[in-house]
Design a binder for this molecule. Structure first.
Ligand code: CP
Ligand code: NVA
Length: 312
């Protein structure tokens, strides 16, 4: 799809419904290819810079294996080791990396950092998580929901827990783009930023979906197709753990809560804290699809790189 070539993915709002549809279609395709044992070399001769200021298992593994297995050269750059923002401005690092790499992944704290990298590098920059957004996670979430439901339009999804965090906001925006009926159930103090709720509601109006905010976990019912949660304390907020956790306790996903929605799948971006945001019986139970979801990080990330590099 020509409109995606050369673009960055800094937040899901960067891409239209049609562009997200294209990336999801490519994601399903590359998953089928892998299942069929097909080998391709679409990244041959290309290099990927992977900058990490925060820890990662899935995102790092997904980028590195997706790029490397198709002949590309991924280079892991921990912020402990490079000059980024310490001895050198982000602008200068971006200019240098743009001359050596075809594409850049960034995981870190400030959204401004990915924006600067995208503005100054001249190559596509993919946001691998910031304090504000986690767009590649939302793509894997949508892919997993589509695998389960066969569609996205009209799906009744619930995100329960810390509604204000990066994963919640990105899922809400993605659900709105794709015509889902998405509800965020959270304590009042962890409601998503109203700016993004308004944006998501505008998208939902165009796509035929809906976005609602609720504070009662009992709103999960027989019509709910997806129950999603994330950690109560995100990376970088560890010193605020106590104030975060107390109001979130009533929002734990329990077996009893899942039994209200017997057809629903349970999703979590992982890593998970058993005994906090959900009980062990839920994450390890029959409704859980969290490891399909984790695997789909790789297929969706490969699809984003193929699409932005003009190789899809
Ligand atoms: N879901 C996710 O981003 O996992 P990692 O922090 O392990 O990359
Ligand atoms: N909200 C979590 C997601 C981790 C993948 C965090 O930012 O730590």
């Amino acid at each position: 799809m020509n409109s995606i070539v050369g673009r960055s993915l800094l937040t899901l709002t960067d891409f239209s419904t049609e562009e997200l549809r294209f990336i999801l279609d490519v994601s399903h395709q590359v998953k089928r290819e892998r299942r069929a044992g097909e080998h391709h070399s679409r990244f041959a001769g290309k290099s990927l810079a992977m900058i990490f200021e925060k820890r990662s298992t899935r995102t790092r593994a997904a980028f590195e294996t997706a790029f490397g297995e198709e002949g590309g050269h991924p280079v892991f750059l921990s912020s402990q080791d490079i000059q980024l923002g310490a001895k050198e401005t982000i602008e200068d690092t971006a200019r240098v990396l743009g001359r050596m790499f075809d594409i850049i992944e960034f995981r870190g704290f400030e959204q401004r950092a990915v924006e600067v990298l995208a503005s100054f590098s001249g190559v596509p920059v993919i946001n691998g998580l910031t304090d504000m957004f986690h767009p590649t996670q939302a793509l894997a979430d949508l892919m997993t929901i589509e695998e389960h439901m066969g569609t996205l339009a009209g799906v009744q999804s619930v995100y329960i827990g810390d509604g204000h965090n990066n994963v919640s906001i990105s899922l809400m925006l993605g659900a709105a783009r794709m015509g889902m009926n998405h509800c965020v159930i959270c304590p009042a103090e962890r409601t998503p930023n109203p700016k993004y709720v308004t944006r998501a509601q505008e998208y939902a109006e165009q796509s035929g979906g809906s976005i609602t905010i609720d504070h009662d976990p009992r709103s999960i019912n027989r019509n709910t197709n997806v129950v999603y949660t994330d950690v109560w304390v995100s990376m970088g907020e560890e010193d605020r753990a106590e104030e975060r956790i107390a109001p979130l306790r009533p929002y734990q996903v329990t077996g009893e809560l899942m039994s209200r929605a017997p057809q629903a799948v349970f999703l979590h971006c992982l890593p998970a804290v058993r005994g906090n945001e959900m009980t062990t019986e839920v994450i390890d139970g029959p409704q859980s699809r969290v490891f399909d979801q984790a695997e789909n990080r790789k297929h969706t990330i490969k699809a984003v790189m193929l699409a932005t590099l003009g190789l899809a």
